[in-house]
Design a protein around this ligand. Sequence first.
Ligand code: GLN
Length: 280
Amino acid sequence: MNDNPVTLRDALEKARTTGLARLEAAMLLLHALGRSTSERAWLIAHDSDPLDAVIGSRFAALAARRVAGEPLAYLTGEREFYGLTLQVDARVLDPRPDTETLVDWALHVLPPRPSPTVLDLGTGSGAVALALQQQRPDAIVLATDRSVDALAVAHSNASRLGLPVRFAQADWFQGLHGPFDLIVSNPPYIADGDPHLAALTHEPLAALASGPDGLDDLRTIIEQAGNRLTGGGWLLLEHGWDQAEAVTHMLTRAGFVDVQSRADLAGTLRCSGGRWCDPG
Ligand code: GLN
């Protein structure tokens, strides 16, 4: 008996029995077919088409990697973020929808006057910087990362999308001067011993973990940001689900005013920030 899948529908059903979600199975099959992952309507219309054996094994391999925990975005090479299609791979964190909260808030506090300056620290794929640049074409956006690999990904996303974000390699504020009207960051913030990290082994650890309480990088950024902000400029930070209190406390202690937090789509306080009051 031959139990090899013979139609696209058969292949999808077989993949579902391994625990793959329906939408992800469809996206991976489209990718294996060399089609855009958004062509689900095509797939529905063609699900009785015969499946080529080479494509069938390509799909089975992708499905197995997904079931083993690899991010879908690394398998398809693409992630939608704030309406942009970004190319991502294992060199960068897979951008999360939660981070769109940071972009929304940043757009809200960016001064309306022309050409505000923005710094995105630890840009990874470039997601936040590129979304801000796309929404505010007049902004002068600098995006940094410590990882040269990440900068290569971000740079190629910027070129492909035609967005004039500038990039620099930097360890947080090292070598950066400013002042900036807005500083944003989605730094690593998971505690080193957090069991949650075990599920994230495909992503760069340096983009995820940050010391015993997960706050090492947030602490550094908050301590050093004031000197690089214009008077009244905002520092906005993404953080872990249980870190809003610690982060707002650190912001207040560092001299920020109007300190507040914002919830993500799941209702979790995901970002905190404050305004720098020029001491002069
Ligand atoms: N939000 C991610 C997670 O918990 C972590 C991202 C980060 O550390 N910046 O899976």
